[in-house]
Design a protein around this ligand. Sequence first.
Ligand code: SF4
Length: 206
Amino acid sequence: MATDLEFAAGEFSAWLAAIRGAIRSGDAMDVPCGNCTACCTSSQFVHVAPDESEALARIPADLLFPAPGLPDGHVVLGYDDRGHCPMLVDARCSIYDHRPRTCRTYDCRVLVAAGFADDEDVPVEISRRATRWRFEEGDSSAGLERAAVEAAATFLAERPEALPPAAGRPSLTRLAALAIEVADLFVDDRPDAPEVRSALDARLTS
Ligand code: SF4
């Protein structure tokens, strides 16, 4: 059970199925954030895809910039000189019901699952929050799944040739999401980089 300094992250296998579905579908992830706004105040660029018309209609055009390495129409929403998203007003998202897909599917528990939560490359406020999550493991398969996600994340961090092409070095959040996508390959096996790359290519385009 989580203590006062910890947050209950839920049962691992149920959470893993939910986050995998959210990453694939773009549907909102139900994250018990409470009053935490760390991900909106940590100097992060928010990707907005061309099909996100509801979000694009509500974000002033002068806050959007072409997304490096992505086709025309993909943009990023930047942050102000405090590192805050400009759509955060009075500590609340002013476009919450129409926020970008990146925000709807963001869940800092992916960093915990991947073993990255206390990595120095994670923005400090996000790390502070993420390291307080505590998963429950309902049965032994949850432990195996969790070990597989961590193994996949470590592999992807060490073997960039297994990653799909991208502009620049992917964030740890992105690596964690990719690890969740291919964790099943690591349950009883240690695949090589071409196998992982091939699985990612197939799954990210399906
Ligand atoms: S658009 Fe809303 S949810 Fe997304 S980073 Fe900005 S304030 Fe946060």
